[in-house]
Design a protein around this ligand. Sequence first.
Ligand SMILES: *Cc1c(COP(=O)(O)O)cnc(C)c1O
Length: 459
Amino acid sequence: MKFISTRGAAPTLSFDEVVLAGLASDGGLYVPEALPKYTDAEWQAMRSLSYPELALHLMWPFVEGSMPRETFARMVNEAYGCFRHAAIAPVKQLGSDRWLLELFHGPTLAFKDFALQLLGRLLDHFLAERGERGVIMGATSGDTGSAAIEGCRHSAHLDIVILHPHQRVSEVQRRQMTSVLAPNVHNVAIEGNFDDCQAIVKASFLDQDFVKPHRLIAVNSINLARIMAQLVYYVYAGLRLGAYDRPLAFSVPSANFGDVFGGYLAHAMGFPIGHFVVATNANDALVRALEGDLSKKPLVQTLSPSMDIVVSSNFERLLFDLHGRDGARLASVMQAFQTQAVALDPVVVAKASALFSAAAIDDVTTCAVIRDVFETTGELIDPHTATGVAALAVAPDGMGEVVLATAHPAKFAEAVQRAGFSEVPLPSDMTDLLTRPERYTVLPNDRARVVEFVQSIMG
Ligand SMILES: *Cc1c(COP(=O)(O)O)cnc(C)c1O
């Protein structure tokens, strides 16, 4: 498979190049030039596959040409072999036509493990082949950092440096990162907020010479391999919930639009998905964008912190298709959006609303839904998942409803307690998390000090 930029002016890349690249040189994001399409009979035949078998089958056309199939199969088996549930992505029934798709059985208890367990292995493989060493740099407000660290802790060709805001992530989130004592894992607590961390990382990518001769690598959700891994569970769940018997609506707690874009890819490959519901918290950029208003609002801190964002980067990938895959046209839209709010073409908005609805859910509703779901079903859901349940109010009638449960409630104790629940036990293999030794370095909000630190760890 070849990959092209959404802005039409960057070179076409192969899979290995796109995994190592991150952003395209024209500022766009990479998308597949063309997708494989399957017939109804072919999709239905996939029902007999286990999760790793299905993942291999669906992802292989993306990867083919970059490595032998056996090598990729081994990576997929390792990536999903460390999940706590035999089904990897089990579904749980909440109501007569409503299910939870549980995506939190990976090592760090959030759906990001699905992509980052695989991405760490892909990066390690491609760097080894090139005889190079890579340095991953990322900023995290919680889930991405721990999932990336877990995905890379065994990588021989990668160092990983994750910046988090000092004393501004939850204890569980911090310890999930800082208790990984592998020699290639480096946690930095910046005396500042998440935006300060992100600014340091962004500036580092604009000025990469300081890591030479190594390669600086991004693992944020613009990496195409992450999207690829996230299309699989829509198919896995859809086949089990009767996607061929009646239309299904998937409700997706969303921020950067990476998770729901995985579902969109499955739909674009011909898998029958009736509708997507995009759930946000008070940071409602996606709700406005799907109404045609591409604009920025100040960040609001909510009880679902992994969805606290200002700009939803992967939305550009959907806009590319909605603009007839015309890179030059989209480049001018995105150029304008750099400095001002943009009103999208009504034709584009109409196309989007045929497949997507969206709703912003506030913290009060989030807590009420956590209580309500517990009272009616006995399931304790996390605050991100709760926005997905609440947003089903805007789903079309007559569809089966599937809510993506993106995190385990133990990870977000504050919200769960606010909803009126006391203890949320961690999974049994993690009960000692709060007493494990930690290693991290506190640095001032100063990029020069971070550069010094990164150079020191590279030796
Ligand atoms: C990252 C995250 C999201 C948002 O996913 P996007 O791909 O950014 O839309 C939702 N819920 C949880 C728990 C997350 O960690």
